[in-house]
Design a protein around this ligand. Structure first.
Ligand SMILES: [Zn+2]
Length: 488
């Protein structure tokens, strides 16, 4: 505890005496769309050893999610513990089809609340955090800009975008890392590792899918390096890191990963179905690379997961000894468009709300037995939902929850002081005195880039995405065989 107190006094943005006493340090690693059915065989084969080690000494299971199952909504729900109609982030873009910014959020996120209590907090690449917010710690925002026009929709950090780092004087330090971690050579090396394919074997459509994923590879590599360096240079009690590529690769390469779920491209009327989906397009047979491409790309999703596990190991090492680690995903994934191809060849999806992943290990977390049975089985083990994370993190930080939160801390997972903090008397609200939400003027170029990127996934094409009533999905009742709500 003395370490935490000493650490606070070094940070100019925080008051020297914290108003809360954390139970321990915490690292939250968010992996978009991380799915147990992909992890299970990998864990059984000894792949993803860092996640497995956390499971062996901690707790694990399914995190319930909600519909509409869209990343900006869910990651803001996770960070605020409040429903979308309260936190105000209802999709990728607002009613005027303008991108949301951190100024659009109507309630305090966990980093705002910890800052109120002078608890140092670092945030890296989280959704809807651009422009970077003033906090007690370091924030490297998730932004989007014209440079992202080549069809990617995940938060990134780019040179020449203003206000990506708080405190601003750490910008040069961060940008040095960005340059190195996302160099052309480094991204090409990682893409080769993940796709393992020769360019000559891929069809033009497959090259496009690879290219669309490459930007997320660059973003994930960059945020991992930035987070490792900044956590060492500027340690904090609470650290949050977000990765988007686990979602991107699953949307695009599920058909190669689980070909048995897909009737096309083998069925005789595939070309007719393709012409219906993408009128005037070249024949699908010309756009796809054939068996060699298929066999290389079959490993794309597992390869990405294995790479993510390596990044997880590096983050844990950089966060220092005795850190509490929480790995979460906002939703799971499954096969999509199995009967006929869709125009964008998106073959994995989650809009019907499959449950996500939660793994939590460290001095403040309980140890749950049965890793082997869980890894070998298909059993659903529910541990709360996306609304449970905020109160749980506050308990770890020694801060009471608010009566406005629909869910409480995950008491079954917590031990010691964190468990006791979970039972602290609730405060009426954490949002008194929070700045009013406002719409920021984003340059038209940046906005256009944003829209085009989202368009590539088809999210924006879902007319009702912004009006669907948010609804929690019980992980035990989730039926992957049910008809998805969208038509794509
Ligand atoms: Zn997704």
């Amino acid at each position: 505890m003395a370490v935490l107190v000493a650490l606070v006094s070094f940070l100019a943005a925080c008051s020297p005496a914290p108003k809360a006493v954390p139970a321990g340090r915490v690292l939250v690693v968010g992996a978009d769309g991380l799915e147990w059915s992909v992890l299970r065989p990998l864990l059984a084969q000894g792949k993803c050893p860092n996640l497995r080690a956390l499971m062996e000494r901690g707790s694990f299971g399914h995190l319930g999610t909600m519909t509409p199952t869209l990343s900006p909504i869910l990651w803001t729900t996770i960070a605020t513990g409040q429903m979308p109609e309260r936190h105000g982030i209802q999709g990728f873009t607002d009613a005027d089809t303008q991108q949301y910014t951190s100024a659009s959020r109507r309630v305090r996120a966990v980093w705002n609340v910890t800052s109120l209590h002078d608890v140092p907090t670092n945030v890296f690449g989280w959704w809807i955090t651009w422009p970077a917010e003033e906090l007690c710690g370091t924030m490297v925002s998730g932004a989007s800009a014209t440079a992202l026009v080549d069809v990617n929709w995940k938060p990134s950090i780019l040179p020449d975008v203003p206000d990506q780092v708080f405190p601003a004087e750490r910008t040069a330090e961060v940008m040095e890392i960005v340059k190195r971690a996302s160099s052309d050579a480094e991204v090409a090396r990682l893409a080769q590792r993940i796709f393992g394919a020769q360019d000559a074997d891929l069809g033009p459509k497959e090259k496009e899918l690879v290219q669309q994923t490459a930007w997320s590879i660059a973003a994930d590599a960059t945020y991992a390096e930035v987070a490792c360096a900044m956590m060492k240079a500027h340690p904090a009690a609470l650290n949050l890191v977000y990765f988007g590529g686990t979602d991107v690769v699953a949307h695009r390469f599920w058909r190669y990963y689980e070909p048995s779920a897909f009737q096309w491209p083998a069925r005789p009327d595939t070309e007719a179905l393709w012409q219906k989906a993408a009128p005037g397009s070249k024949p699908l047979a010309e756009l796809l690379g054939g068996p060699r491409a298929a066999s290389a790309l079959a490993r794309a999703i597992p390869n990405y997961y294995e790479w993510f596990d390596e990044l997880l190991g590096k983050l844990i090492a950089s966060a220092g000894p005795d850190v509490n680690v929480v790995v979460i995903s906002d939703h799971g994934f499954h096969a999509f468009s199995t009967e006929a191809p869709n125009a964008k060849l998106i073959t994995g999806h989650h809009l019907d709300g499959p449950p996500g992943v939660i793994v939590a290990a460290g001095p403040s977390f309980a140890r749950q037995d049965g890793v082997e049975a869980f890894v070998k089985g298909t059993n659903v083990v529910p541990h709360g939902n996306v609304l449970s994370i905020m109160p749980t993190l506050l308990a770890l930080m020694g801060i009471p929850s608010s009566r406005e939160f629909p869910e409480r801390a995950l008491g079954d997972l917590l031990t010691g002081a964190a468990h006791e903090h979970g039972a602290l008397e609730l405060v009426p609200s954490h949002d008194a005195g929070f700045r009013p939400a406002k719409k920021l003027d984003v340059s038209p170029a940046m906005e256009q880039a944003f829209r085009e990127r989202f368009g590539s996934l088809g999210y924006i094409g879902l007319d009702d995405a912004g009006t669907e009533t948010p609804r929690l999905v019980d992980p035990k009742r989730f039926d992957p065989g049910a008809k998805p709500p969208d038509k794509e």
